[in-house]
Ligand binder design. Structure first.
Ligand code: MD3
Ligand code: FE
Length: 206
């Protein structure tokens, strides 16, 4: 089912459910080449979510700040290739939400153990804000915090479940958002954690 969360933000409930197991196998393969790691926050803390990436660009945080890099600073190697399955799924989801021709340059993979969350933030390290971001939730459910254009805007709580896909484009692309700490629950699809895949265009007009 399709639900417009706000202008440009479309929740495709269960869109990736049938593909979840192959998506998870690809996550496993990526993490063998580019292991999950915990980056530092701008405020000097450590991010609760473990992160890795695939495709031409990966998002990193270090002493020089937040940015996209074409090599993994942990391995010194290029990021693992974007699985065709990832790019294909992201393209189909974007199309279903009304965005033609979406070709991601980064597949960021976040892993949340029980208790981990992500504070309210905007995604603004990409050189273009024209393209949407496509996100895929796998494993344990999350309560996603959906804010507005300002940090102080009220947040809606949107449950995201295994297999849900959200396409964030248009005015929603700049909204503040976060993830409430993941609550303990019976394993979902054999997982005792949550993965979130986000597909992004990083460096060129869409
Ligand atoms: C709305 N990840 O990686 S996905 C992130 O569940 C991030 O791991 C969260 O926020 C997660 O930056 C939320 C949903 C999401 C992702 C990117 C967005 C929503 C977005 C970018 C712009 C607007
Ligand atoms: Fe984000």
């Amino acid at each position: 089912e399709q639900l417009v969360l706000s202008p440009g933000a479309v929740l495709l409930g269960g869109f990736a459910r049938a593909e979840a197991q192959v998506l998870l196998q690809a996550v496993e393969s990526i993490s063998q080449k580019a292991p999950f790691r915990h980056y530092r926050t701008a405020g000097g803390g450590v991010m609760a979510a473990g992160m890795t990436a695939c495709g031409p660009y990966g998002w990193v945080s270090d002493g020089q700040g937040y940015r996209y890099m074409q090599t993994d600073p942990l391995t010194g190697q290029p990021w693992p290739a974007m699985p065709a399955l990832f790019a294909d799924m992201a393209g189909r989801a974007a199309r279903a939400a009304g965005y033609e021709g979406f070709v991601p340059q980064c597949g960021l993979v976040n892993r949340y153990a029980v208790g981990a969350g992500m504070g309210l933030h905007q995604d603004r390290d990409e050189r273009t804000m024209q393209a949407p971001v496509v996100s895929v939730s796998l494993g344990l459910s999350a309560l996603f915090l959906w804010g507005g254009a300002l940090r102080g805007s009220p947040c809606r709580k949107v449950p995201l479940h295994h297999g849900d896909v959200v396409v964030w484009g248009g005015p929603s692309r700049c909204h503040f958002h976060g993830v409430a700490p993941i609550r303990a629950a019976p394993a979902v699809a054999g997982l005792d954690c949550r993965y979130n895949l986000t597909f992004r265009v990083v460096d060129r007009p869409f």
